[in-house]
Design a protein around this ligand. Structure first.
Ligand code: ARG
Length: 572
């Protein structure tokens, strides 16, 4: 509606003989004068050497009756409110159809690289941020019309492979995987995810004080890189086991990937990738590197290391090969990387190298959407007591203990469990998506789980209230009819912002506009809810209007939560 009205206003101003491209209808800074304001007169006055107030008068004289309460304030601010019938007609559609708030903007093919867990290792806090932000950005891009493909890009090559295989060798020294002369099919290994979870820390501990073991791990890792069939087969099986566990964790976070690929999958494209890069690679201390510096750089931009001096591939080699494979298979317009801001320089190097050697065309955009760290109370990245990275499970448990306290005592057993779980994830996700993407934030379970303020529980609790209100109501059909109540009108005007909020979030690739908006809208709703006795309202038109407002707010927030991949509860 705002968009349409802005177009209309543009036409009106043009019809007065002025040149103008876009008119902004903005929420009024002085609501007593009107719901929205139009500030275009000033710019037009400047350009055309005319008094803005005169221009405002001319515009106002042309406006049709979609507006009421049209007035000019001060030197030329135009204030308008929407005619109530127009507003009701429009928003009545929104009660059941969220699409009226969405304009499909783009139809690009976008690959979103997010998640990034490492095989055979526990997910840590950084992986959670990537998962939450990436999934939401993906859903947002989809909602706005794009064809979006999410890829988890697992870290499934590297030292952990060497560690696990060396450990397996100690457990099963006679396995055919370690028989160099073995030519047959390799058997299925008999390990569970739990076994892997025990094996990795054990190997890693043993290797710490054993030089020989470290050498062995290094050797196995290098062998995999060189294409050792037995080790690759063994490692792939381990990765598959680990994938099942990782998928379950992502399921818990409501993250669902179209592609569940990783560095291992990029492996087969390395040869072709290097072939393309060859003319741009040169030797430096035995390694192969690619210059990515530009003349106007104002920070150091070291060459990108592509192949190590011992001939081994690294993280970067696999990222380059992944780009090659993505372009070849999906021909994307954009690839987004939702990865810790601290990998910013690395991605800058990767992107520059990709454009330079022609792995991607100039009009393909590669974007790194970095995010800030989750900090402890000391303001430093959140660590375990012994200085290790904080695992996701620990975070979930901390939140779980807090949200439990918000659930009514009468809810027990299996249901209580289910609600606590949903609420924990919602709490964690809402807190994670609340700050601007690049901002670091302090992990504070008490604050996040509070029923007051900008929190998941506040949001879900308000929705529970609305759902129960609608269930209790005897009216089955209702719509916006009489919107004289100021609190109702405030809510309705606020709902007109949804479209803008979605676009802003998409353009800046950050979800904070959506989380903040949900809070603002629900705060208005709660004020209205507390001051009006909705179900007992005697006037039919007013009661039906109140119910319709409730349903409208519910529908909007429900759909916005769906973008954020946050599930609701039915009671708590
Ligand atoms: N596995 C990496 C890590 O744990 C993140 C992967 C990010 N994606 C990428 N294409 N490099 O840091």
């Amino acid at each position: 509606m705002i968009n349409e009205t802005e177009k209309y206003l543009c036409d009106v101003i043009k019809s007065l003989g002025y040149d103008i491209e876009k008119v902004n209808l903005v929420p009024s800074s002085r609501r007593e004068l009107g719901d929205f304001q139009i500030n275009e007169s000033f710019n037009l006055g400047k350009i055309n050497h005319e008094n803005p107030r005169d221009i405002a008068e001319k515009i106002v004289s042309k406006l049709d009756n979609r507006f009421t309460n049209v007035n000019i304030a001060g030197p030329g601010f135009i204030n308008v409110s929407f005619n109530h019938d127009v507003l009701c007609d429009y928003l009545n559609k929104g009660i059941n159809d969220f699409n009226i708030f969405v304009d499909k903007k783009d139809s690009k093919t976008i690959i979103v690289d997010y998640g990034g867990a490492n095989a055979a290792k526990a997910l840590h806090v950084g992986h959670m941020r990537s998962a939450n932000i990436g999934e939401a950005l993906k859903r947002l891009a989809k909602l706005l019309g794009n064809n979006v493909i999410g890829d988890v890009h697992l870290g499934d090559l590297g030292r952990q492979a060497g560690m696990l295989i060396s450990e397996y060798k100690r457990m099963e020294p006679n396995s055919v995987f370690f028989d160099k002369d073995y030519k047959g099919e390799y058997p299925k290994i008999n390990l569970t995810a739990k076994d892997l979870g025990i094996m990795y820390p054990k190997a890693s501990l043993d290797a710490k004080c054993d030089e020989k073991r470290i050498e062995e791990v290094r050797e196995i890792t290098a062998e995999i890189d060189k294409g050792n069939k037995a080790y690759i087969e063994l490692w792939k099986q381990m990765v598959d086991i680990s994938k099942e566990v990782i998928k379950k964790v992502y399921d818990k976070l409501n993250c669902h990937f179209e592609l569940f690929e990783g560095e291992l999958d990029a492996f087969k494209y390395i040869k072709e990738t290097l072939e393309i890069m060859k003319p741009y690679l040169y030797e430096s201390d035995g390694a192969l590197v690619c210059d990515v510096e530009k003349n106007d750089d104002n920070k150091p931009m070291p060459p990108l290391l592509v192949i190590k001096s011992d001939g081994a591939t690294i993280y970067a080699t696999r990222d380059l090969a992944t780009i090659y494979s993505r372009v070849k298979r999906f021909n994307p317009n954009e690839i987004w990387y939702v990865v810790d801001e601290r990998q910013g320089l690395y991605f800058e190097q990767i992107f520059r190298a990709s454009y330079k050697v022609g792995l991607v065309k100039d009009d393909t955009s590669l974007k790194h959407f970095g995010f800030g760290t989750i900090n402890g109370a000391d303001g430093k990245p959140y660590k375990t007591r012994d200085g290790g990275v904080m695992e996701l499970d620990t975070l979930i448990n901390l939140i779980h203990d807090e949200v439990e306290k918000n659930i009514k005592e009468e809810i027990v057993g299996e249901e209580r469990n289910r609600i606590a779980n949903t609420l924990s994830i919602a709490t964690l996700k809402y807190a994670d998506l609340l700050p601007y993407r690049k901002t670091d934030y302090v992990f504070d379970p008490k604050k996040f789980a509070s029923l007051d303020g900008k929190t998941g529980p506040y949001v879900l609790y308000t929705l529970v209230r609305i759902k129960s209100l609608l269930k209790k109501s005897l009216d089955t059909d209702f719509s916006l009819i009489n919107i004289e109540n100021k609190e109702v009108l405030d809510i309705l005007v606020k709902t007109l912002e949804v479209n803008n909020i979605l676009n802003k979030s998409y353009e800046e690739a950050t979800l904070n506009y959506i989380t903040e908006y949900i809070y603002d809208l629900l705060s208005l709703y709660n004020k209205f809810y507390n001051n009006n006795n909705i179900l007992n309202e005697k006037d039919d038109d007013i009661r039906k209007t109140y119910l319709a407002v409730s349903k409208l707010v519910y529908n909007i927030v429900h759909n916005l939560l769906d973008v954020l991949a946050i599930d609701e509860v039915d009671r708590m």
